[in-house]
Ligand binder design. Structure first.
Ligand code: SF4
Length: 391
């Protein structure tokens, strides 16, 4: 069921000190553009008061890029404008993504005083060789010390990101990464199976045949190793890539999966108001120039009821909560009715399980969700081509 009582806020900070070999997110290395970015995003926040106007923010997430590459002064300027724009819930979850090389006593204290109560640390691997190969700019020691220091300085809600299936990584190394992770004071872990995204250095290498990638069996083994190790350490596997200790699920990400409205600021950031989605220009200078000249700085897509059904099914069936029958029979009734034979078939084969009002996919099935989800989707009719102007 869509919850429209509060929203999430996302801020995209596109600056990184280098490009990691696997990363397909929009980011730039040029610090010269920071001033342009701060002016432009300040303008966007000031101007977008009507979008989801007046609604309280339940979560704030600064992602990137590398938000910790901004100074406390730059971060403070953005936060002050956001807090002026709309009320924040007293218990709002406020996350900042940080890279290990930026963690210091001074920065931790500054992030806390800016209101951040959750850190998401980009660890990726605890092997220095692997970190060098993927062009990270920190060591395993820095990640370990950074997380310990963050906990000592009062952060009790720390998430760490790991990638499993990196080229050259053995099963043993992947297991050691998980052992190290679970020995640290983290309340949440995101473990991603490596994917080769377009436009990345890994994609170029893979095309040239210069990358030795794990096959599907190896990836399945890694996924199983990760969930077993994290389950033993008391983490609940609540979404295909996400694990949390009790009470520490990411509220911000969960709001995307529940189709709660959100507003995104900054280049490449997305927003969703319940019926349409929009996304900002993914280029700092072009985004800034468009805002400066009062030109459109985003594209917008109206979501049809069928789109909303498909998105609900696709995101919710990759979570342990699954979908609600009440919601399917209510707001998505015509599409659910048409796909009912496929739902029944997946239930009878054990890919889907029913628990009260919920239907959920088994954890094993999450890995093959691309294969069965399309059976449940409503095929969206192709749009007619736009009319062409007479010659
Ligand atoms: S993974 Fe993070 S630090 Fe690396 S290039 Fe991507 S956004 Fe930047």
């Amino acid at each position: 069921m869509q919850d429209n009582s509060s929203i999430g806020i996302y801020v995209h900070v596109p600056f990184c000190r280098g490009k990691c070999a696997y990363c397909g997110f929009y980011s730039v290395a040029s610090p010269a553009w920071r001033g342009i970015y701060i002016r432009a995003i300040s303008r966007e926040i000031r101007e977008r008061t009507a979008y989801l106007g007046g609604m309280e923010a339940a979560t704030l997430y600064l992602g990137g890029g590398t938000p910790s590459a901004l100074s406390p002064g730059e971060l403070g300027a953005i936060i002050a404008l956001l807090e002026r724009q709309r009320p924040f819930a007293r218990d709002a979850e406020r996350t900042i993504e940080v890279n290990p090389e930026d963690i210091s006593e001074e920065n931790l204290d500054a992030w806390r005083s800016l209101g951040f109560n959750r850190l998401s640390v980009g660890v990726q691997s605890f092997s220095d060789n692997r970190l060098r190969e993927i062009n990270r700019r920190h060591t395993a020691r820095q990640a370990i010390d950074g997380i310990l220091l963050a906990a000592a300085r009062g952060f009790s809600n720390i998430s760490a990101d790991l990638i499993t299936g990196l080229p050259g990584q053995s099963d043993d190394e992947a297991r050691r990464d998980l052992q190290q992770l679970t020995a640290l004071p983290v309340s949440h872990a995101s473990v991603y199976l490596l994917s080769i995204d377009p436009g990345t250095l890994f994609e170029v290498k893979a095309r040239r045949g210069d990358l030795s990638l794990p096959d599907d069996d190896e990836l399945t083994r890694r996924f199983t190793t990760a969930r077993e190790a994290l389950a033993r350490a008391g983490f609940d596997h609540y979404e295909i890539s996400n694990f949390a200790r009790p009470g520490s699920r990411s509220r911000h990400n969960a709001s995307y999966w529940r189709q709660r409205p959100y507003i995104g600021f900054g280049p490449s950031a997305h927003s969703y108001d319940g019926t349409s989605r929009q996304w900002n220009i993914a280029h700092v200078k072009r985004y800034a120039e468009a805002l400066e000249e009062n030109l459109p700085y985003f594209e917008r897509e109206l979501l049809s009821p069928a789109d909303r059904y498909n998105e609900y099914v696709m995101t919710a069936l990759r979570t342990s909560d699954g979908v609600s029958l009440h919601t399917l029979r209510g707001e998505h009734a015509p599409f659910f009715a048409r796909a009912l034979p496929a739902w029944e078939r997946l239930l009878s084969t054990g890919i889907l399980l029913r628990e009260g009002d919920r239907l959920r996919a088994t954890e094993e099935a999450w890995l093959i969700s691309d294969a069965f989800l399309p059976d449940l989707f409503h095929e969206v009719a192709p749009q007619p081509p736009p009319p062409t102007a007479p010659e």
